[in-house]
Each structure stands twice: as structure tokens, then as C-alpha cells.
Write a protein that binds this ligand. Structure first.
Ligand SMILES: Cc1cc2nc3c(=O)[nH]c(=O)nc-3n(C[C@H](O)[C@H](O)[C@H](O)COP(=O)(O)O)c2cc1C
Length: 241
């Protein structure tokens, strides 16, 4: 079968920008809040980040590899704070927008970050949500979910030995309310920027990381109690040592 017959190609073709279609709106989608927080959850404030001495940026680029061999390293709160800052730290304000370390189409920030912490020196194992405005972690579930994460990631064994798994969801509405169907393209670009910030920061901190796209989507949505329509898991990365 030719690529042109695939759903993927049809989607790309239908969402190409051209002068003929510019400004044409195929659908109307209500906007929604750019922030999510779990107001009843126990909160752990992330410490203020103090930038450590790191290798030269270009050496970091040279060193980045997808690394999957970890040894249950108890990650520190300082390391977690630096990683969270790298992916979603607020670095400037522009009108109503809180601009972050990673770029986002239209500054709409459709990606939410969850951390499944397996091994930490300072935090109990569990699943947390990163609340970007207060730079804190909201505890959603207690316990080591390593074995479950491994099973839901199609048996990829390194999930169990990772210190933490970063799990990214997308709220389609945030971006699609402005960009319509084309918005989906931007959502995947957004999450890739976030992930690359994490991967490079992990190298900078002497940690190892691996991006992961192979997982059971609906089972991960269920684990995080996401409906899969308004919000769904789209990407993840393991971090360990
Ligand atoms: C979108 C995406 C999905 C990936 N999914 C997985 C995965 O599910 N499991 C895995 O072990 N590696 C995964 N990887 C890592 C790739 O296998 C890796 O980037 C590739 O082999 C090149 O190696 P390098 O990252 O060390 O340069 C993924 C990478 C990307 C960019």
C-alpha cells in the first residue's frame, strides 16, 4: 500500500497550511484552562533550583544516548527539581502567558507532566503531578509502580529499575481550540521539545534517560485516571543512574 492511502498521510495532507486554506476554520473547539492542578492532593514544594556545574553544552549533546541500564538509584529532590525546571520551569512572563524553558505553539502549553517515582532519597514512591505555577509535585498515588509501569510499557524491563518515569499527557483542547485539526501536529512537537530538555538535562546531571513511545495508551490513561478524550498520555521517558 502506498503511504498516500494511510490515515497518517491523509491527516497531514488535510492539515497542510496553504494560502487557499489559511484562516479557514474546519471546526470550533471551546478553549480550556492552560493549567491543571489537583487541589486536594498533598503537595511537595520543589526546592529553588541552583544551577550546578555541568559539562559544556556541546559535550552534553555528544554524550546523549538512550540509556536503559539503571540500578535503582534513589534520586534526590534537588535532581528532581532541576529536571522539572528543565522541562517546564517558568522563565518569563508575557502578558497573561507564563513562558517556560520549552517552547509551545501559541504559548498554549497543552502538555501535563506526571512523575512515577520508583526510588527517591527524599520523596516517597508514588505517582505525582507537576504543578507548574507553584513549582510543586502533587501526590496522586502512593507506592512503587515499577512493575505495573513495566507491564504497561510492553514489558520493557528498565521501567522497573528507573528512579523515575516522566509521563506526558496532552490536553488536545488547549491547542486545538486555536489551531483546529492542525493543532495535533503542534502538540507532538511540543512534547518532543519537553522530552529533549529532559534528556539533555539528565546528561548534564550525570543521570541516564530513555525516551519511550511504546506503551499501552489506554492502560496508562486508566492508571492516571485520565479520560483519554480530553486528556491522554502521549509520551514518556525513564530516568535513572
Ligand atoms: C519517539 C521515540 C520513541 C521511542 N520509543 C522507545 C521505546 O519505546 N523503547 C526504547 O527502548 N527506546 C525508545 N526510543 C529510543 C530510540 O530507540 C533511540 O533514540 C534510538 O535507538 C537512537 O539511539 P540514541 O537515542 O541513543 O541516539 C524512542 C525514541 C523516540 C524519539
Amino acid at each position: 500500500m502506498g503511504v498516500d492511502k494511510t490515515l497518517a498521510y491523509q491527516y497531514l495532507k488535510k492539515t497542510d497550511l496553504s494560502y487557499e486554506t489559511l484562516g479557514f476554520r474546519e471546526i470550533y473547539i471551546e478553549p480550556t484552562s492552560p493549567y491543571k492542578s489537583y487541589s486536594n492532593a498533598e503537595r511537595v514544594k520543589l526546592p529553588e533550583v541552583i544551577f550546578p556545574e555541568t559539562p559544556n553544552f556541546f559535550e552534553i549533546l555528544m554524550k546523549r544516548r538512550s540509556e536503559r541500564k539503571y540500578k535503582k538509584y534513589p534520586i534526590t529532590l534537588k535532581e528532581l527539581a532541576l529536571l522539572c525546571f528543565a522541562i517546564q520551569g517558568i522563565t518569563a512572563k508575557a502578558g497573561p502567558y507564563l513562558l517556560r524553558t520549552a517552547p509551545s505553539a501559541g504559548a498554549l502549553y497543552p502538555i501535563e507532566t506526571y512523575l512515577a517515582i520508583n526510588y527517591s532519597e527524599d520523596l516517597s514512591a508514588g505517582i505525582y503531578h507537576l504543578e507548574v505555577r507553584s513549582f510543586s509535585l502533587e501526590k496522586l498515588k502512593e507506592g512503587n509502580f515499577g512493575k505495573i509501569l513495566k507491564d504497561l510499557a510492553l514489558g520493557q524491563a528498565f521501567f522497573e529499575l528507573a528512579s523515575v518515569v516522566f509521563i506526558w499527557s496532552a490536553l488536545l483542547r488547549r491547542t486545538m481550540s486555536k489551531y483546529g485539526e492542525r493543532g495535533l501536529r503542534y502538540i507532538f512537537m511540543d512534547v518532543a521539545h519537553i522530552c529533549q530538555n529532559l534528556l539533555l538535562s539528565a546528561v548534564a546531571l550525570g543521570l541516564k534517560a530513555c525516551p519511550v513511545g511504546a506503551f499501552l495508551d489506554q492502560d496508562f490513561n486508566k492508571l492516571l485516571e485520565l479520560d483519554g478524550t480530553e486528556e491522554r498520555i502521549i509520551y514518556m521517558a525513564t530516568v535513572g543512574k
